[in-house]
Design a binder for this molecule. Sequence first.
Ligand SMILES: C[S@@+](CC[C@H](N)C(=O)[O-])C[C@H]1O[C@@H](n2cnc3c(N)ncnc32)[C@H](O)[C@@H]1O
Length: 247
Amino acid sequence: MNREEISRIAHAEHPIKSPLDDDSVRRLLERGLPKGDERVLDLGCGQGEWLLRALAARPDAHAEGVDISEDALAQAAVAARELGVQDRLVLHHRKAEEFASEEPFDVVLSFGAAHAFGGLLPTLAAARKHLAPGGRVLIGDGFWERPPSQEAVEMLGNFTDLADTVDRVVADGWTPVDGHVSTRRELDDYEWACWGSLAAWALDRPEDPDSPEVLETANTRRTEWLRAYRETWGFVSLVLRRTADSA
Ligand SMILES: C[S@@+](CC[C@H](N)C(=O)[O-])C[C@H]1O[C@@H](n2cnc3c(N)ncnc32)[C@H](O)[C@@H]1O
C-alpha cells in the first residue's frame, strides 16, 4: 500500500491533517477571514479541508488550493461538489513552490506543509509572494515544547522552541495578530485518530493482503509517537500580518 493510501485511511476520522480540533480551525479561520469575501490560497492543501470549511461558511469567498497529491486533490474536488462550493474552488496539481498566480490573495494558508518549503521561514517567503497588501497568513508548524531526543529530531525535523519560533517570525517582518498552541488533548486526539484509524482498518479486514502491513504501520507509528516525541513536540498556529507592508 502506498503512502497516500496509508495517509487517506489514517486521516479518515481527522480530515484536518494537523493537531487542531474543529473549534480551533473555525476560530483561526474567523480571525484569518474577517470579511467573508476573501480570496484564499492554501499551499499544501491536501484534501482541501481548510478551504472547504472556509468556503462552506462564507458564500462570498473564493479559494485556490495547491498540492502535489493527485489523490488528495481528487478527494477535495468530490467534497467540494458535495458541499456545493465547487464553483468557488480551484485546485492546482503542482508543487507549491512552483505555483504562480496573476492575482494576489487576501489570505494564504499553509498547515503542516512547511517541510515542503524547507521550514517555516521559507514557507512564509513563499506565502508572501502571493499575498495582497494588508493580507493575512495562517500558518501551522511544529515546535519543541521540551528539548527533543536525537531520534525525535531525525523523525520530525529541526524545530526551535515556541518563543524562538515566534521571535524568528517577527524578525522576518511579520506580526502575529492571533495564534493557537495545540492543547495536549488536540495533540493526543490527532495521533490516536491517525494510528487508531489505521489499526481499525486492518482489524476490520483480516483477509486483505495489505492488512498485516497496515497494522504494523499503525503499531510502529503509535510507538514512535509515544516513545520518541509525545513529550517534546508541540504545534503552533499563527495568524500573521506584515509588520509593515513595504517590509
Ligand atoms: C500534513 S499534510 C497537510 C494538509 C493540509 N494542509 C491540512 O492541514 O489538512 C501536508 C500536505 O503537503 C503536501 N505537500 C508536500 N510537499 C508539497 C509540495 N512541494 N507542494 C505542494 N504540496 C506539498 C502533501 O501532499 C500533503 O497533502
